[in-house]
Design a protein around this ligand. Structure first.
Ligand code: NAD
Length: 509
């Protein structure tokens, strides 16, 4: 299957991972071997960018920006519309490739490509709506307004778990805004990045888009570090762990550049005594085990009212016993593999720490072996009863470990939900209006995303996506997230015959 898909995208067994959107450049960095966690088979070898390769790409991008920024935004939008069309045509192959290289279920692979199509549609509309405001000048014969200009090169560093969608959230908005993009994909999922680059390249070349508007520099963290320190890259949008975000944020901040950080989460659902427990069960189980717990919005904690705790955890345990773990391309399975054996080791260590710190398991974890599990990346989703203050509970383990804990009052539950370093996604399951509004109020959830009667996992592209505290504070995708990719300029025009100064200051010559 994968060979046919690679052929569609023109990806060879030994492939350069450096492109300017028109040409694939010879790459001189280390080899990255992409191996599927599904069956441990090698997909292809990608040559990553050396420092010289990276510098060349940046130089081409700088030149491209001078031309691209002058294209009318709706014309840029038309190109993005065509990218959306090309993604529609390739949805099946790209979705399968995402599923195979990353390990998420086929449905989620398709869903990820759908998200890319949706953001293209959103960006096309946006290309006619990059609005500024007009203000009334205090001076006679003067007009004042603001406009939004592109920044230049947007550097995009992405994580393995949404190997293509996160790039599209950034690049589609950045492109209609008039920026050029250089993408450093995760070294764990380079092949899906190559496929996206091929799709975009075909559309861009057909539309005579300047070389360098969409560039790809495959590589490990070092390439991301070059970007973070590079003053030629005014905006670095980085998605990944909090550890990575602290490093990128510091490097970009040190040069007073702009960073847009989308980092780890530690997301909780509060399950009230007034919850619809059927809905809560679906939200909690999908949130915890979907993508094998490898979503930034995965449900990590359930804060359950003491009066429904026993009944609800019993239902959870039963639901977990029905989960089918296995090849994610087989649509009968609910849970696929973790990304690699290092992630499996981190999962096992976390389980040990839960035990050491006093947690007890309602559903035991473990690594699966035998037929179908040869990659060593398949693990059992597990559930542990814990206290919120445990060190391990405060930490994001990127695996299907669900923590459950009890509460008595909603104020206490909200305090527990907020009492972690991260602030991405949160939810309450309740049919009680007062509870829902308290959760959404300024004294409620401190997260960037707060849902009522929906789990923490997944989000629509129309809203601004991102979170507070150690999640990094960035917002991407919908609403007015586009403003992060542009610079605001205030313009005052004097059409009178004198030069009055602001604040009535007199200055006569
Ligand atoms: P990671 O931090 O290991 O790597 C992410 C990317 O950053 C990779 O491309 C990597 O090469 C690069 N990188 C790593 N260290 C770097 C550094 N010091 N300087 C520059 N670049 C560096 O993360 P991962 O394991 O790929 O992804 C999982 C993490 O991503 C989880 O914490 C998850 O919550 C987070 N995530 C967050 C969001 C969000 O929108 N908030 C979305 C997806 C994933």
């Amino acid at each position: 299957m994968v060979e046919d898909i690679l052929k569609v995208f023109g990806i060879t067994a030994q492939q350069s991972g450096v492109s300017t959107g028109k040409h694939w450049l010879p790459a001189h960095g280390a080899d990255i071997i992409s191996v599927s966690p599904v069956d441990n088979k090698k997909i292809a070898t990608v040559k990553s960018a050396s420092r010289e390769d990276y510098d060349l790409v940046v130089a081409v991008a700088q030149e491209a920006f001078k031309v691209w920024r002058m294209w009318p935004a709706p014309h840029r939008g038309e190109v993005v519309r065509q990218v959306g069309e090309a993604l529609r045509q390739h949805k099946e192959q790209l979705g399968k490739l995402v599923s195979y290289e990353m390990g998420k279920s086929l449905q989620e692979g398709y869903g990820e490509v759908q998200e890319m199509i949706d953001i293209c549609d959103f960006a096309v509309g946006l290309s006619r709506q990059l609005h500024g405001l007009t203000m009334h000048s205090e001076r006679p014969g003067h007009r004042m307004y603001e406009q939004w200009h592109p920044l230049g090169i947007t550097g995009i560093i992405s994580a393995f778990n949404f190997p293509v969608a996160v790039w599209s959230w950034n690049s589609m908005l950045a492109w209609v805004s008039g920026n050029v993009c250089i993408w450093k994909p995760s070294e764990k999922t380079p092949i899906t990045a190559l496929a996206c680059q091929r799709i975009v390249e075909t559309v861009f070349v057909a539309n005579n888009v300047p070389e360098g508007v969409c560039s790809l520099v495959t590589g490990n963290r070092e390439v991301g570090e070059w970007m973070a320190h590079d003053t030629r890259v005014p905006l670095v949008s980085a998605t990944g762990s909090t550890r990575m975000g602290k490093s990128v944020g510091a490097a970009v901040g040190e040069r007073l550049g702009r960073s847009l950080l989308e980092l780890g989460g530690n997301n909780a659902i509060i399950i009230s005594q007034d919850a619809d427990l059927d809905m809560s069960l679906i939200g909690a189980v999908f949130g915890a085990v979907g993508t094998a717990g490898q979503r930034c919005t995965s449900t990590r904690r359930l804060i359950i009212h003491e009066s429904v705790y026993d009944a609800f955890t019993a239902r959870l345990v039963k639901a977990y016993s029905q989960l089918r773990i296995g090849n994610p391309l087989d649509q009968h399975n609910h849970v696929g593999p973790l990304i690699d054996t290092a992630a499996v080791a981190a999962y096992q260590q976390s389980i040990e720490q839960v035990k050491q710190q006093g947690g007890t398991f309602l559903v035991e974890g473990g690594v699966l072996s035998g037929a179908g599990f040869e990659s060593g990346c398949y693990v059992k989703p597990c559930i542990a009863a814990v206290e919120n203050v445990y060190r391990i509970v405060q930490h994001e383990t990127f695996a299907p470990i669900l923590y459950v804990m009890k509460y008595q009052t909603l104020t206490e539950a909200i305090a527990m939900q907020n009492d972690v370093p991260q602030g991405l996604s949160s939810a309450i399951m309740t049919l009680n209006l007062r509870e829902a509004e308290q959760f959404l109020s300024q004294a409620g959830s401190d997260c960037g995303i707060a849902n009522v009667n929906i789990g923490t996992s997944g989000a629509e592209i129309g809203g601004a996506f991102g979170g507070e505290k150690e999640t990094g504070g960035g917002r991407e995708s919908g609403s007015d997230a586009w403003k992060a990719y542009m610079r605001r300029q205030t313009n005052t025009i004097n059409y009178s015959t004198s030069l009055p100064l602001a604040q009535g200051i007199k200055f006569d010559l």
